[in-house]
Design a protein around this ligand. Sequence first.
Ligand code: HEM
Length: 531
Amino acid sequence: MNFIENLNWPAILVALTAVLVISRVNHFMSGLKAVNHLVGPRVPFAPLSVPGVLVPTTWWNPGLFYIWHWRNHFYKTWGSENVAFVPWLSGRPTLMVTNLDVARQVTLGAHRSSWEKPVDQSQALLMFGMNLVAAEGEQWRKHRRIAGPAFTNELYQMAWQETYNLYNEMIEEEGLSAKDAFEAPVVQNLTFKLALSVIGNCGFGFNFRWAEPPFSPDGTLSIQEAMRTVSEWHALDVFCPKWVTKLPVPQFKKYRAACDKLMDFMRAQVVERREIINGGSQLKGDVFTMLVKANEDEEEKLQLDDEELIGNVFVMLLAGHETTAHTLAATLGFLAIHDEIQEDVHEEVMSVFGRRDPVTSLFLVFNDFTKLEKVVSVFYEALRLFPAGFVLIRRATEDTVLQVPNPVGQEGTTSVPIQKGTDAIVDMIGIQNNTRYFDEPEKFKPQRWYGISNESESFSAFSVGPRACIGRKFATLEAVCFIACLMRDWKVEPLLNSGETKEEWKKRVVDAKMVLTLGVKDVPLRFVRRK
Ligand code: HEM
């Protein structure tokens, strides 16, 4: 007791404070050195770290939403396309990249690359097994070798046909065939249902129909509902420790039950598919079957195990569902407030397939996909303004040097040494708003994509380089088919609140919401039948 009382507490406090200050100054100075003193904000916490995200976006802390809210002025203020956040309290120095050449260097993913996806960021994607999105280096090559062949023309045709069928079912099941107009107070309710069913059918080989009930006849969750629940609540596993998801909260219980149901189901499906393949029966072209087939055809040492196969199918569900659904909602929102563009798109659709018999035209239309340039362009432009995959996170695995292009108007590049352990966030919103690539980037101008090939990397919202999105064509075909069907039959208008103008609707609705992916806020629309 005496000993504690005799301690000189003020002196101890001063000493501890001094140690803390010295260690934080050290931390800050080494952070500055790690990024070669690149310009950018000096902040208490690293952006996208837990404390950085929990504290709201303010002038001294970027928070989660700075990427969206500061998109038009942030890089201009610093006078650079790439800036460095250097934290003085906690977290790693972090480069924010909006130059595509630099983005290519950090996302290359080659086995000799000095950058990789940080394991702590990929953990949540591993719950069903290692997969293409989370894998790195040699392991990534192995996954891509198996997953690549699954994206065949047959799959794309299936995506087109499923979208077309589901559109028609939507019209019937929602009772729209007899209506001259209908309202969709949240159009995402339609686009999410569509995207989940398309990926369920084409990714997993299911037969999800628009009218599917949420429960099986035995009262357990249906597979469709299990998939919907897992993709809707997956953020729990990303943001919360495991024990939180085990709390007796009804929604959490449903989420765990859905995960278990999906896992059991997928294990059984791998076995069933292997039997079909080895039995020589006719194969369906869904991603799951094609993955198992490619795996069976591969040399043993290059094969994926069952968990990895399941991990890949699961990641397709996550990567390919929300992203497409968000972008479709944004596209329809933009069309609703751009009458002239909508009329152009309608005319194009009518000229390509509007007057053909809708059933027999199905495959003609699939082949005509490239003729629907205006439909593709509105989808791309909406995706440019709301890039669903809004950050690509990488970490330097060794000291390295980035070749950074000099400002517009100056030839050449500058070498910027970067130290091991530095994070790089490819800011996809920043890239899409970078005036080096786009004039008037804040404007919805689909014509900037006219004449540009569907595979062109000048459209970068699916990322660039070898690790760019494997589902780009799949998502584009699905979206183009759905938009074309809607534009053929309906005129889309903003669903206004009483007394609200279009401009006020735009301010209220055309804004972002962010969780794992970026989307537009709930989009209220009115569809009026075209005569
Ligand atoms: C509008 C829709 C979509 C957008 C905006 C989008 C965006 C992206 C982006 C930006 C990446 C790069 C991620 C990174 O490097 O960290 C990516 C990768 C990926 N996407 Fe998509 N995606 C979409 C649809 C799809 C679909 C439909 C599928 C599957 C059917 C899919 C499967 C994947 C996979 C497996 C990867 C990882 C590729 C690799 O690392 O080799 N995506 N996507």
